[in-house]
Write a protein that binds this ligand. Structure first.
Ligand SMILES: [Fe+2]
Length: 296
């Protein structure tokens, strides 16, 4: 059965274009690609034309997530699977497919309401190697592991699990976490060697709670941490190491309000499931009310 292979691209609604360009370059190290479209610019993290399409407007939330399959046959097989499961989708137009810079594209929606795209054949610009926005010791972890992961708020947890299971992801509850509203039991799901590409089961006002990007070199995480601290950007959770993906990370506010988790050292998915109550160390709460008031 066909399965998605990676979280390939993400579209974001952003209201503060200049704030995002500065933040992406200086705090994160991403490459900003502006092709002169007044309401759209891109962020790169490897040789793909882009990994992030930044749609400039009034809103600040996720616009869509793009999940990759191998080729056109896989995309047809995915259509068959969606039809058999009774999930509504449509085949994107030639113009829509070209706009995403892919060879084939389906459009649907996940149970939380996140516009979801399944595609094959992204445009890879080997003539334009990734040029980091600031000096970097290493690179971003991408390749076959996709761009990172997202924690999506909203949607019935069982319906979300069934939807992403159908797309080909695997996983389960990995934490029982204390929050001001009671215990939450987020689910983490993977589709490649990244420990998880999506998580859900934590309430929130925006669809996107946080996005995680991973560095190959711990020094880049340290440089990002310095940049965030120097700019006095609010930090929700201080540096710490997760029990599930083993990554050393911290969570700070992006220019859109939702949290950016920057990290290093993530592990591969477990072959058998397990769950945790607390992290290995750190992740102490600092600023509350900005998206992740959990006891880790
Ligand atoms: Fe995360």
């Amino acid at each position: 059965m066909v399965k998605v292979t990676e979280l390939g691209y993400i579209g974001l609604h952003v209201s503060n274009a200049q704030g995002w360009k500065d933040y992406a370059r200086d705090c994160v190290g991403l490459e900003v690609l502006d092709e002169g479209e007044h309401d759209l610019f891109y962020l790169r993290m490897d040789n793909w034309h882009h990994r992030f399409a930044m749609h400039v407007g009034e809103q600040d939330d996720i616009a869509y997530m793009g999940w990759r399959v191998g080729d056109s046959e896989d995309l047809t097989d995915m259509e068959d699977k969606l039809q058999a499961a009774g999930i509504a989708y449509r085949v994107a137009s030639i113009e829509e497919t070209a706009e995403r810079r892919v060879l084939g594209l389906l459009k649907l929606q996940d149970p939380a309401g996140v516009p979801t795209e399944i595609f094959y054949g992204p445009q890879i610009d080997m003539h334009m190697p990734f040029y980091p926005g600031r000096r970097m010791h290493g690179r971003f972890v991408t390749g076959g592991n996709g761009l990172g992961h997202c924690l999506i708020s909203g949607g019935d947890v069982k319906a979300m699990y069934d939807f992403y299971k159908l797309l080909g992801l695997s996983g389960s509850i990995e934490y029982h976490l204390g929050t001001p509203g009671g215990v939450v039991k987020p689910v983490f799901m993977h589709c490649n060697d990244r420990q998880h590409s999506i998580a859900f089961g934590v309430p929130g006002e925006k669809l996107l709670n946080h996005m995680m990007l991973e560095y190959t070199d711990m020094n880049d995480l340290g440089v990002s941490h310095d940049a965030v601290r120097q700019r006095q950007i609010p930090v929700a959770l201080q540096l710490g190491k997760h029990a599930n993906d083993q990554a050393l990370t911290f969570y700070s506010a992006s220019p859109s309000g939702w949290l950016m988790e920057l990290g290093w050292g993530g592990c591969i998915p477990p072959s058998q499931q397990q769950y945790h109550l607390l992290d290995v160390f750190g992740h102490a709460p600092e600023v509350s009310g900005i998206g992740l008031d959990v006891q880790l």
